[in-house]
Every structure is written in C-alpha cells, then in structure tokens.
Design a protein around this ligand. Structure first.
Ligand code: NAP
Length: 253
C-alpha cells in the first residue's frame, strides 16, 4: 500500500501512541480518520495532522459500542470515499492481582468490572472496529490492512489477567483475519510494544522509571515514533500478514 493518499483510521488517535502514528502517517501523505473519546484532544491531533498538509477528521466514538462503531465507520467512508487501513490502538488498563493476599488473608480479587472493562475496550472494541473496517474494504473492493496493537503483556503479566488476555486475543484475531480476508486482498497484522515513553511513563517517579529501564536489554524505553514507523512499515509491505511484530528492545524472552 502506498501511504500517499491512503485513508487510515486510528482508534485512540487523540493522544499517546495513536497520535504519534497519526502525525507520522500524515507527514507521509496519508489521510487520517481519528477516533477517540475526548473532543478537545481529537481536535488537537487533527490540527497537527492538517499542519502536515493532509486531510484529517475527528470522530467521537466509544469502540466498545456496536452502533457507535458501525455509524462511525459508515461516516468515515462517506467523508473520505474509502477506507484503506485501520489501526486498532485504543486501549485501557485496570490492573489488579487475580487474588491478593495480605498477612495470610485474602484481601481482594480482580473484580468482574475490572475484567469486563478491559475486555470491552481492548478485545470487543478491536473485534467491532475490525469487522466494520473489513466490511467497508470488501464493499469498496479495495485492498486494505488492519493492524491490532497488542503488548508484551500478551505473554501473561502479573496483575494483568484482563489486559494480558485481551492483548493475546488481538494477536489471534489478526491471525484469523489474515487467513479469512486474504481473498479480498485485506491483510491483518499485530504489533506488540514493550515499554514506550508516553504521558503515563513521564508521570512515573524517577526511581521507578530507572528500575524499569534497567530491566530492558536495550537500556531505554521505546519511542512512540518507533511504534509509528512499524505501523508504516506494515502498511507499505504488501506481503506482511498474519504475524505479530515485537518492538520491545529485546525485553521479551
Ligand atoms: P493512552 O495514552 O491511554 O491512549 C489510549 C487512547 O485510547 C486514549 O486517547 C483513550 O481515550 C482512548 N480510548 C480509551 N478507551 C476508548 C474507547 N472505549 N473508545 C475510544 N477510544 C478510547 O495509551 P497509549 O499508551 O498511547 O497506548 C496505546 C495502545 O498501545 C493501547 O492499546 C496500549 O494497550 C498499547 N500499548 C502501550 C504501551 C505503552 O508503553 N504505552 C505498551 C504496550 C502496548 P481517553 O484517554 O479519553 O480514555
């Protein structure tokens, strides 16, 4: 796929990694449909993309709501005339131990609400957006690509039963879609980032940050642009499909 004039939808495009992807692709001529929950942040991200000289639009949408998602993707195709790619990037954390024991007694457990909130956004949201995007790509009879943002935590991380399950699930979905949708020239891939510098990590205590960085073989966190450039690499390489690319400074064993 050529990035110039490709219409790319990014969920969670208003901030963090999603915004970095949007600006990276905008600078290479792609047209951006940014999906997020916060209008102000969306407007700022759209303005940054437009400043690169490309077309960009904001869509307020909760990716875990079926009607919201279907309406949003119909609107994107109506506004831009087509959809070439989707990056399923929106995600949340609700970390908790499965069962927490203190002084020999069970203190608390991951609640069903914590489990369900993460599954709704990080797993069901990816399913709903992927389904909507594939529908329009097939109807438009154009080749396409879907990129699911997973995480190093997909291998199973302490305190992240919900997040790990969802992030493993989105890799499996990319694999299933790659096989199912190849006949329509639609590719599907996943990216599993390690620790990446974002607003969240910027607000961590320096000691905690130092300890975390020391455990990464590369001895530094990844930069949002390094995830964004991986998205661009995937979009541009038409023989990549059904796989996950790990971008984690060799942290994962
Ligand atoms: P972030 O800064 O929290 O950005 C995520 C964006 O998604 C936010 O703008 C958020 O909006 C939006 N969002 C949340 N729920 C949504 C929903 N239901 N519908 C639509 N938008 C929603 O996160 P990030 O660090 O950039 O991470 C982006 C992705 O990379 C996530 O999937 C994350 O799991 C993954 N990842 C990140 C890292 C890392 O080190 N940063 C590492 C591995 C994987 P609000 O803020 O308004 O809720």
């Amino acid at each position: 796929m050529k990035l110039q004039d490709a219409v790319v939808a990014i969920t969670g495009g208003g901030q963090g990694l999603g915004r970095a992807m949007a600006e990276f692709l905008a600078a290479r001529g792609a047209k951006l449909a940014l999906i997020d929950l916060n209008q102000q942040r969306l407007d700022e991200a759209v303005a940054a993309c437009q400043a690169a000289g490309t077309e960009a639009r904001a869509y307020l949408c909760n990716v875990s709501r079926e009607a919201d998602v279907d309406n949003t993707f119909a609107q994107i195709v109506s506004d831009f005339g087509r959809l070439d790619a989707l990056v399923n990037n929106a995600g949340i954390l609700r970390d908790a131990m499965l069962v927490k024991v203190k002084d020999g007694a069970i203190e608390k457990r991951m609640t069903l609400e914590q489990w369900q909130a993460v599954i709704d956004v990080n797993l069901t949201g990816v399913f709903l957006c992927g389904r909507a995007a594939a529908t329009h790509m097939i109807q438009g009879e154009n080749a396409g690509c879907i990129v699911n943002i997973s995480s190093i935590s997909r291998a199973g991380n302490v305190g992240q039963t919900n997040y790990s399950a969802a992030k493993a699930g989105v890799v499996a979905m990319a694999s299933a879609w790659a096989r199912e949708l190849a006949r329509y020239k639609i590719r599907a891939m996943a990216i599993a980032p390690g620790f990446i510098e974002t607003e969240m990590t910027a607000s961590m205590k320096p000691e905690a940050l130092e300890k975390m960085t020391a455990g990464i073989p590369a001895k530094r966190m990844g930069k949002p642009e390094e995830i964004a450039s991986t998205v661009a690499f995937i979009l541009e390489n038409d023989y990549l499909s059904g796989r996950v690319i790990e971008v984690d400074g060799a942290l994962r064993l």
